[in-house]
Design a protein around this ligand. Sequence first.
Ligand SMILES: [Zn+2]
Length: 339
Amino acid sequence: MNKTSRTPRFLSAAAGIALFALAACAPDASQSLVSDTGLNAVTTVGMIGDVIANIGGENIAVTTLMGPGVDPHLYRATAQDIQTLQNADIVFRGGLLLEGRMGEIFDRLDESVPVITMTGDIPEDRLLMLDAATNYPDPHVWFDVSLWSIGAQTVAAALTELDPANAQDYAANAAAYLEKLAALDAYVSEAVSTIPESQRLMITAHDAFNYFGRRYNIEVTGLQGISTEAEAGVQDVQNLVSLIVEREIPAIFIESSVPARTLQAVQEAAQSRGWDVNIPQELFSDAMGDAGTNEGTYIGMVIHNVATITTALGGSMPALPELLANYSDVIARAALPRQ
Ligand SMILES: [Zn+2]
């Protein structure tokens, strides 16, 4: 499929109402679509929407413009998106050029609606640079759970300022959610550390996992550049195949929002050199799983990824901590072979 011709899915207000019946059955669904105060938050990617839903609780309705499988680097806002943004009480974006083609829209919007940058309070010295040439920060901060926790506090502060009458709710919700994120951060560390050291190398289709690698002590190599717009060259593929064969790396990883074909070419080239490299289930990189499933939440997407990575590279998943016990279905599903 041509990347630029993909049809982005988004929740319009009308679609949101239709989906409410589904969302109501699933406590972890990222779209909370009714609100007593009538305050509407609109955001770009699902990971941010889920944080807003967890902290906003019943006080805030959340609309997420980009659904499962959508690539935020390439996403262009539709006319309806712009209307949804203009009707919002508050707008959250990832920032750091995550929404590479929406910058002007946010600049214009900021004159009438508060636009909060979720990554805005992360200290600069904790950001990774994309490369020396551009000297611009890597936007994929959500795979370092400790950095995403800073973003969650930014969300809590923004909702409190917007709606001070419900400040106590936001404080309580944020405290409970941050406690879960702290448990998640420790759990991911523990899981990755079970991977044999020589195999602790993660090869993916684009550079979405550098924060993950730094935080959880696993080497990360992406085939494409940081943005999904760049295509991998023949030489890149050959270098990667040599690395896989020499280090006897058991698996490489594809992502839900990036076409699989380049890494399938790597797999075939390794096979022709006598090394079978597995491609397990897709990782979530820039989008979450389906609404109404645990994978359709930020915590669930991280657990899916760490379970897939750890198991495929020869580690073993530790027992989930009590606070995350209801995500065991995610680990079970991640162990299934790719369809
Ligand atoms: Zn990305």
